[in-house]
Ligand binder design. Structure first.
Ligand SMILES: O=C(O)[C@H](O)[C@@H](O)[C@H](O)[C@H](O)COP(=O)(O)O
Length: 241
């Protein structure tokens, strides 16, 4: 694993650098494999990044979009990560509908939806049961409790290591999430983190000894590239590398 930390001056610079890195991975993936696969994160930080991607001239037919986690709500619900990404990006570009792979959230049972998404991913990547296919890029945010995707501290989702997709819980709200081993199978994992409120969590994530169960972002140790892209408000105390 190669781990890189970059601290950018402000949120605009963070978004510009994140876009630059994604475009570079996209170009390489399409050159080598004829397609680019990316999983999106939710929350507020990535919205301007999705808007910036939508302004690019890209081979949309070669780009496939997944979600690293999703709230267990319909896709027209204001909390939906899919809705945010469609409004900021996907509805604004000429990407084929079949290239958009939303998380199922209408089965009435998150476990059923998680299994359905897992089956879809296995079929898309032609993966055998037990195999963890590699996406080109998995975008992640980090909460101020050091959660990532919907892998929240002290939850059962952190113990799931034999599946691609599982059910996450944030208090009473249910989520569908990539598991940490599936995230770690990616060619490139990019954390995009902004805001001073993330400092304490980052200190624990980068501490030599701390509990992975308490600070789940510590579990993200991909075999490929790991990028931490931070704005100065979040990361100025961390040593860049
Ligand atoms: O569904 C979600 O909410 C996200 O996937 C979640 O993991 C998010 O990335 C973090 O909570 C950071 O959110 P902010 O970017 O809003 O701080």
């Amino acid at each position: 694993m190669s781990k890189k930390i970059e601290v950018l001056s402000d949120q605009a610079a963070l978004i510009a650098r994140s876009l630059e890195l994604i475009l570079s991975k996209l170009e390489t993936a399409i050159l080598l494999r004829g397609r680019f696969t990316i999983a999106l994160s939710g929350g507020s930080t990535p919205k301007p990044l999705y808007e910036a991607i939508a302004n690019q001239k890209l081979p949309w037919d070669k780009i496939h979009v997944f979600w690293g986690d999703e709230r267990y709500v319909p896709s027209d619900h204001p909390d939906s990560n899919e809705l945010m990404a469609r409004r900021a990006w996907l509805d604004r570009v000429d990407i084929p509908a079949t290239n958009i792979h939303p998380t199922p959230t209408l089965d009435g049972d998150p476990a059923v939806s998680a299994a359905k998404y897992e089956k879809h991913l296995q079929e898309f990547f032609q993966a055998t049961p037990g195999e963890f296919p590699s996406l080109d890029v998995i975008l992640l945010g980090m909460g101020d409790d050091a959660h990532t995707a919907s892998l929240f501290p002290h939850t059962e989702a952190l113990k799931v290591s034999d599946r691609l997709i599982t059910v996450g819980n944030k208090d009473t709200s249910q989520r569908i999430t990539f598991t940490y081993p599936f995230i770690n199978a990616a060619r490139c994992v990019m954390f995009v983190v902004a805001g001073a409120n993330k400092r304490p969590a980052l200190a624990q994530v980068f501490a030599p000894n701390a509990s992975d169960f308490t600070y789940p972002s510590r579990l993200i140790q991909p075999q490929g590239e790991l990028w931490w892209l931070l704005d100065a408000a979040a990361g100025s105390e961390l040593k860049q590398r």
